[in-house]
Write a protein that binds this ligand. Structure first.
Ligand SMILES: Nc1nc2c(ncn2[C@@H]2O[C@H](COP(=O)(O)OP(=O)(O)O)[C@@H](O)[C@H]2O)c(=O)[nH]1
Ligand SMILES: [Mg+2]
Length: 436
């Protein structure tokens, strides 16, 4: 793509609004095409069940004018079309190329040359930067028409990678954020059955994050979901639970993540859940992967599958990601119920510790800590037997100290989640009547 000659704008820079406080990039709806409201970064068209908008807009491909607008603090890059070129109103149209408002003070040398390049020519490195700039959508920026899909699962199960694949961002997004220790939501516009849809993908940290405790993570997830319902009655259209098929353990972390996930959704929302197996290219053999999947389907995942959850395989391509998302994009909002944690925290005004998910986390942490304590006992005995001094004793003592630190952390978390004894008993009775 040749460098554009000097670009001019028919839209005065003052009409471009950018949300300075949140640092997110939003384009004023008054500038968008007739049926468009706000726009976020979207990507090159994809094949498959869904294509990014516009589907086959030849006039867009060939026509239109690359446009750059600048104010003292901002630079905006986009595509401008006059009515003759196919723009319905002669105003800005924002389609599938990255159309961006960037705060100049946030530009680093790698993105500087964006200012003189058309969006199509954005370099790989610069694009990463753009995705980072535009990734977060706060709950108050959600629209009732958004299709909201949350991704959950252990750390390393491929959530952030799937989101960057969907958005067309290169793999850099998750490299920049190896641990998603906050909730991130990103909006992508797609055309489905001739209708433009804004899909918001919500990336959540796993219950095993390096920086945040499990309690803090549940609190973050619950707060995000609660706010979405509280502000604008926004419900989750879909929930994806990701599971790394190349991992051979189900005990510990994966189980804790799954059990809490089940309680976050509740049995009613199972029809809006897909259990997604990932990293098939990393499993020793396909047979091994198939065997693990069969085990999951027959045991751990069975209660959810019995209530309508689907099991799907993700093959790390954009087509595969959209095929997974597609069934969730046609739900009619009025036919949906809130997921369990949303119902509990908003409609029933429960504290987090009194929710099913809060209690599940308590039980899981309690279980893990019991195992840890028995290990502490064994280590102490071994140290006593080994006498004082020596390298082995030193190593054992280090391990012991580490276990004790973990135990102290868990005790603090358990304290935050502790329910009164009568409430716990009632909860137990109720849960016995529902699925586990
Ligand atoms: N081999 C392989 N690696 C993957 C795949 N998807 C993600 N990864 C890698 O797995 C690691 C964890 O992925 P990430 O998306 O950060 O997981 P998250 O913690 O669930 O967000 C990253 O290093 C990815 O590059 C995949 O399909 N195959
Ligand atoms: Mg992540």
């Amino acid at each position: 793509m040749p460098r554009p000659s000097k670009l001019t704008s028919t839209v005065p820079p003052s009409t471009t609004r950018a949300d300075v406080s949140s640092g997110t990039t939003q384009i004023d709806s008054s500038l968008a095409g007739p049926s468009r409201t706000t726009s976020s970064v979207t990507t090159a068209p994809t094949k498959g069940p869904i294509s990014l908008s516009p589907p086959q807009d030849e006039t867009f491909e060939s026509g239109g004018q690359d446009l750059k607008q600048e104010t003292d603090d901002w630079v905006s890059i986009g595509k401008h079309k006059t009515p003759e070129q196919g723009g319905a109103t002669g105003r800005w149209k924002f389609w599938s190329y990255p159309l961006i408002n960037l705060r100049k003070d946030k530009l680093d040398p790698s993105t500087e040359d964006l200012q003189s390049r058309p969006p199509q020519a954005i370099s790989r490195k610069a694009r990463r930067r753009l995705m980072k700039e535009t990734q977060n959508i706060k709950t108050e920026e959600l629209k009732v028409t958004d299709k909201v899909i949350a991704l959950m699962g252990p750390t390393g199960s491929g959530k952030s990678t799937l989101i960057s694949t969907v958005s067309g961002a290169d793999q850099g997004v998750h490299d920049l954020m190896p641990c998603t220790n906050e909730i991130k939501a990103m909006r992508v516009r797609v055309t489905r059955e001739d209708e433009d849809i804004d899909v918001v993908l919500v990336d959540t940290p796993g219950f095993d994050d390096t920086y945040k405790s499990d309690y803090e993570i549940l609190q973050m997830i619950s707060e995000w979901i609660k706010q979405a319902l509280g502000y604008k009655n926004i419900l989750l259209d879909g929930l994806l639970y990701l599971h790394r098929i190349s991992g051979n353990r189900m005990a510990g972390t994966p189980l804790k993540n799954l059990e809490v996930f089940k309680k976050i959704c509740g049995p009613q929302a199972c029809t809006r859940v897909a259990m997604v197996t990932t990293m098939w290219d990393d499993v020793k053999s396909k047979e091994m992967g198939d065997m693990r999947k069969r085990e999951l389907v027959a045991s751990f995942w069975k209660p959810m599958i019995d209530r309508g959850s689907k099991v799907v395989r993700y093959s790390n391509t954009s087509d595969s990601a959209w095929a997974i998302l597609d069934p969730f994009l046609g739900h009619r909002k009025q036919e949906m119920a809130p997921i369990r944690i949303q119902k509990e925290t908003v409609q029933q005004n429960k504290q987090l510790k009194n929710t099913d998910a809060g209690q599940e986390l308590y039980n899981e942490l309690d279980e893990i800590d019991k195992t840890r304590l028995s290990l502490v006992g064994k280590l102490q005995k071994q140290i006593e037997r080994s006498g004082s001094g020596g390298e082995i004793v030193e190593i054992l003592q280090l391990q012991l100290a580490e276990l004790k630190r973990e135990h102290d952390k868990t005790v603090a978390e358990l304290q935050q989640l502790k329910m009164s004894a009568p409430k716990r008993f009632l909860k137990h009775l109720k849960n016995a009547a529902r699925y586990r």
